[in-house]
Write a protein that binds this ligand. Structure first.
Ligand SMILES: Nc1ncnc2c1ncn2[C@@H]1O[C@H](COP(=O)(O)OP(=O)(O)OP(=O)(O)O)[C@@H](O)[C@H]1O
Length: 391
């Protein structure tokens, strides 16, 4: 049996499901998702629009509001509680409420963790910013236009670390601006005096202000031009690496993601369909959907590839078809894909951390010992495209 390396675990999302209740039926936006994250790790969450990426991020951060409801699961969080002074606000909030730090028997070591979904409102307030900060799609437009950027940074520091003096907050604000590549002299600037890229840097400074363990960024650079996007991504990745901050980076643009992340997780129709480290994913995305996504954009590096898009569109999440949710778009689909829901499994024993939810890698179902090569997936997409042209 494969053993999971849990020594450095930060977040363990277990069997999370989220529905949106609408008049014409429940939208099953996130379906039984399991994903873990190590301290300091950068994980990219990819998938087409509507695949459930933002809903998952909101569930982790407890930001979902009706009509959304988490219908099951846990989000276990494992901070370095004992060893690290900077997390006193959160641990104090836990202690005040005498929250039980559960011990998870799945992990053989005695590791204390808390279920984010069970935090009280007071604990949640301490959790956000101190432990986790989240940067939304249009975050740079969320800066207050009538307040200088220094005040906006110090406000966060004051609110969450009231014991810090006004001067210490100001010093920290200057330090943060420098960290994100803005001259501390600009501390009195207003948002309209800054370019889009600089405003995004201020947002990153605010996200880092309290040195959280984890930052979630949901399409943070889509409003910027490609060159500035690239600069900001380089900045985010180097700052996270330097400060040991873990990052969940959400985007539908795999070309951006692969430049930045340690690991990629791909969602389709509310389900996680593949998880792999960046290099394995780049060399051979195993799930036909991941392969299709990879070939829907031109790469900056590596060999030239023929680009073939994925035909069709994702299913209606109120009425998900039987079997694999991707089967009606998949060029490799066979009988079982229409009937049986595939589970995440390891396609290749030599890369145990790469998992894909696809029957092609289940020899009991295919009746074959070998697995398809990436070139087989490519060919099947090309043949599917030719068939569609003929039709
Ligand atoms: N308030 C809502 N009511 C009903 N359905 C919703 C609501 N918000 C989102 N959904 C549905 O939930 C599904 C997942 O949406 P979500 O925004 O999480 O996807 P996403 O992958 O983040 O997409 P994008 O990249 O466009 O942000 C979609 O089908 C969407 O239509």
């Amino acid at each position: 049996m494969m053993t999971q390396d849990t020594s450095n675990l930060l977040l363990d999302i277990k069997n999370i499901s989220v529905d949106y209740y609408a008049a014409n039926g429940a939208v099953h936006a996130v379906r039984d998702v399991n994903l873990s994250l190590k301290h300091g790790e950068i994980v990219g969450l990819a998938g087409e629009s509507g695949s459930g990426k933002s809903t998952l991020a909101y569930a982790i951060s407890r930001l979902l509001r009706p009509p959304a409801a988490i219908t099951g699961g846990q989000v276990m969080y494992y901070p370095h509680i004992q060893s690290d002074e900077r997390r006193t606000a959160f641990t104090a909030a836990l202690d005040r409420a005498n929250i039980s730090r559960v011990t998870d028997p799945v992990y053989q070591q005695q590791q204390a963790g808390v279920d984010i979904l069970k935090l009280t409102p007071a604990q949640l307030r301490a959790f956000r910013w101190n432990e986790l900060s989240i940067v939304f799609q249009s975050a740079m437009n969320a800066l207050n236009p009538v307040m200088d950027i220094g005040t906006q940074i110090t406000d966060v520091l004051h609110a969450h670390q009231p014991e810090r003096s006004a001067q210490a907050c100001k010093d920290r604000a200057r330090e943060l601006l420098k960290l994100v590549g803005i001259s501390p002299d600009r501390i009195k600037s207003y948002p309209h005096e800054l370019s889009g890229g600089m405003r995004q840097r201020v947002i990153i400074a605010i996200a880092l202000a309290l040195q959280p363990e984890l930052i979630i960024m949901d399409e943070p650079t889509t409003a910027l031009d490609v060159v500035v996007q690239r600069e900001i991504l380089d900045l985010i990745s180097s700052l996270c690496k330097e400060t040991g901050t873990a990052l969940i980076f959400i985007t539908h643009d795999l070309s951006l993601l692969l430049e930045l992340v340690d690991r990629v997780a791909v969602m389709y129709a509310g389900k996680l369909v593949e998880v792999a480290d960046r290099n394995n994913f780049y060399a051979h995305a195993r799930h036909p959907y991941s392969y299709g996504l990879m070939n829907s954009f031109p790469t900056l590096h590596g060999p030239r590839r023929k680009m073939v898009g994925i035909a069709g569109s994702p299913p209606d999440l109120r009425n998900i078809p039987a079997g694999c949710p991707f089967h009606d778009r998949c060029p490799m689909a066979f009988d079982a894909c229409h009937k049986v829901i595939p589970v995440l499994r390891t396609p290749v024993a030599s890369a145990p951390e790469q998992i894909a939810a696809c029957h092609l890698y289940d020899s009991k179902i295919t009746g074959r010992t070998g697995i398809p090569a990436p070139s087989d997936l490519g060919r099947s997409y090309e043949m599917q495209a030719e068939r569609n042209v003929v039709r």
